[in-house]
Design a protein. Structure first.
Length: 124
């Protein structure tokens, strides 16, 4: 066997090993996907009281940030989440969670807040 053939054989063996590792990784990912899914982003159960709706949103936010947030239910069926202080690195985490629920940051100077809309059937 020539040096070139030996080198090709080594490359082939490495590629086979990489292929096996990729297959194992895909199998692990597929197993993780079959675990019971959590609630859909933005989905709230129907028939919630205002207090239950606020609790449902709080469950989707990082627990360590909750003491730094104020929650209000507005007359136009939105949950207003206002930070009590500058959240630094936690702002992005809260913003991502609020966006996943269909909400958005409303810039209004000192009155800036997140607004999360609730569907009419979500709140009784």
């Amino acid at each position: 066997m020539s040096d070139r053939e030996k080198r090709l054989k080594q490359v082939h063996n490495k590629l086979v090993n990489i292929q096996q590792e990729v297959r194992r990784a895909i199998n692990l990912l597929m197993e993780a996907r079959t675990e019971e899914p959590g609630p859909e982003p933005g989905a709230l159960p129907k028939g919630l009281t205002p207090e239950q709706a606020v609790s449902a949103v709080k469950l989707r936010l990082p627990e360590h940030v909750l003491p730094d947030l104020e929650f209000f239910l507005t007359a136009d069926r939105q949950l207003k989440i206002r930070p009590k202080r500058w959240l630094e690195d936690d702002w992005g985490t809260v913003n991502d969670a609020v966006k996943s629920m269909g909400g958005a940051w409303a810039t209004a100077g000192k009155d800036s807040c997140w607004l999360v809309p609730f569907p009419k059937e979500a709140i009784t």
